[in-house]
Design a protein around this ligand. Structure first.
Ligand code: PLP
Length: 433
């Protein structure tokens, strides 16, 4: 096998520049650890961007996939349908919040789920406008780029984007944007830019992921629900990153008690295999004509088998409770670190979706992207995979698999503390090997 250095050079020659990567070329992975082609071990606090909530290669997921591969790998659900797709739809319909009939459509990626949720909402309402939020992230296809409220690296140079997308402020108490201000901004849109009666959907992440792990306050989600009810707008909760036990509930929006009309999910649902879904009110989901929704690979049998196993594991290993415990431990550790490092401006998140924001000055709160990049680089040197986020790239997010063993979690958190000490030029507890 080639070394990381060789692979970096080959990647630069063979793969487009726009496909950004970290430098760790993986050879194998198990639960919350992975090993690169040079034999170095890493603790994974990224989980493939919140995908392997059930850990890398969970034995039950791998067994389900192997079993399905013995039967059939692909037929296209539109051509030769299969029971496992229908059964997984039934399970998600039962799990999603809302005491009404629901239906589920399967796709491959998060962006595809969002695209389809918008298609469905437009068809049902016979309206075209969509409201999304500053700092929101919904994917890299054209419609989802339009919905995304973060220019770099997702939008620059890729326009023009589909029309009829409007952005409102998202509450961010640390940056002085209250729920009231965010709601006033929607009111501004309704008076200045778009008639609420032309709005098909409001799409909201219950915790903004790429935007910086900003939780939507419950009163904000409740107010959006009221606005949607008042104006006949479809409320879409984008749970692509927050879903599947990550925040301590199957769906993050359950914390607020708000019932959305449609939920988009992906990432954790497939446990490492490409699977996404839109689940929602049957009356809305059923609006489109046959053939209007779907795709060649949507609900591929291998991914569907993985999805069933993921739901089994979430239940049998009580991963919602585990997410809460992992998150509490991370938060306590970060809050202690914030005392040592006053330029940790904010620690926030829900369940095991936890982040901290680095600033240059505690008073001005000027974002510190340079130190954030340094923390990530030092963490990597020490054997810890961390991801950043935030519209100013100054937020470090922790997204360990929910199945992470306690001792590995402790080890990862200690490495994080040392990476911060390295970045701020203080003496670290451990030398880098
Ligand atoms: C909230 C949200 N929506 C949509 C997407 C897009 O998902 P994908 O990359 O699978 O297309 C993401 C990915 O990070 C996401 O976090």
């Amino acid at each position: 096998m080639s070394t990381s250095t060789e692979l970096k050079a080959r990647k630069a020659a063979a793969v487009p520049n726009g496909v950004g990567t970290k430098g760790i070329y993986v050879a194998k992975a198990e639960n919350s650890e992975l090993w690169d082609v040079d034999g170095r071990r890493y603790i994974d606090f990224g989980a493939g961007i919140a995908v392997v909530n059930t850990g890398h290669r969970h034995p039950k997921v791998m067994a389900a996939v192997a079993q399905q591969a013995e039967l059939f790998a692909h037929t296209c659900f539109h051509i030769s349908p299969y029971e496992s797709y229908v059964a997984l739809a039934e399970r998600l319909n039962a799990l999603a919040p809302g005491d009404f009939a629901k239906k589920t459509l399967f796709l491959n990626s998060g962006a595809e789920a969002v695209e389809n949720a918008i298609k469905i909402a437009r068809y049902y309402t016979k309206r075209s406008a969509v409201i999304a939020f500053s700092g929101g992230f919904h994917g890299r296809t054209h419609m989802t780029m339009a919905l995304t409220g973060k220019v770099m690296p997702y939008k620059r140079g890729f326009g023009p984007f589909p029309a009829e997308v409007y952005h409102a402020e998202f509450p961010q108490p640390y940056r002085g944007i209250s729920t009231e201000q965010a709601l006033a901004d929607i009111d501004r849109l309704f008076h200045g830019d778009v008639d609420p009666k032309s709005v098909a959907a409001i799409i909201v992440e219950p915790v903004q992921g790429e935007g910086g792990f900003n939780p939507a306050p419950a009163e904000f989600l409740r107010a959006l629900r009221r606005l949607c009810d008042e104006h006949g707008i479809v409320m879409i909760a984008d749970e692509v990153q927050t879903g599947v036990a990550r925040t301590g509930r199957m769906f993050c929006i359950e914390h607020s008690g708000v019932v959305p009309d449609l939920i988009t999910m992906a990432k954790g649902l497939g446990g490492g295999f490409p699977l996404s879904a839109v689940t929602g009110r049957a009356t809305i989901m059923d609006a489109a004509h046959p053939g209007g929704l779907g795709g060649t690979y949507g609900g591929n049998p291998i991914s569907i088998a993985a999805g069933h196993a993921v739901l089994d594991v979430v239940e049998s290993e009580d991963l919602c409770a585990r997410a809460t415990r992992v998150g509490q431990k991370m938060r306590a550790h970060l809050e202690a670190l914030a005392k040592e490092f006053p330029l940790i401006g904010d620690v926030r998140g829900v369940g095991a979706m936890v982040a901290f924001e680095l600033v240059k000055d505690a008073k001005t709160k000027e974002p510190d992207a340079e130190t954030t990049a340094a923390v990530l680089a030092h963490a990597e040197k020490r054997g810890l995979i961390l991801l950043s986020c935030g519209t100013s790239a100054n937020v470090v997010r922790l997204l360990a698999p929910l199945t992470i063993q306690d001792n590995v979690l402790d080890e990862g958190l200690a490495l994080l503390a040392d990476a911060l000490r390295d970045a701020y030029g203080r003496e670290a507890a451990r030398a880098v090997a």
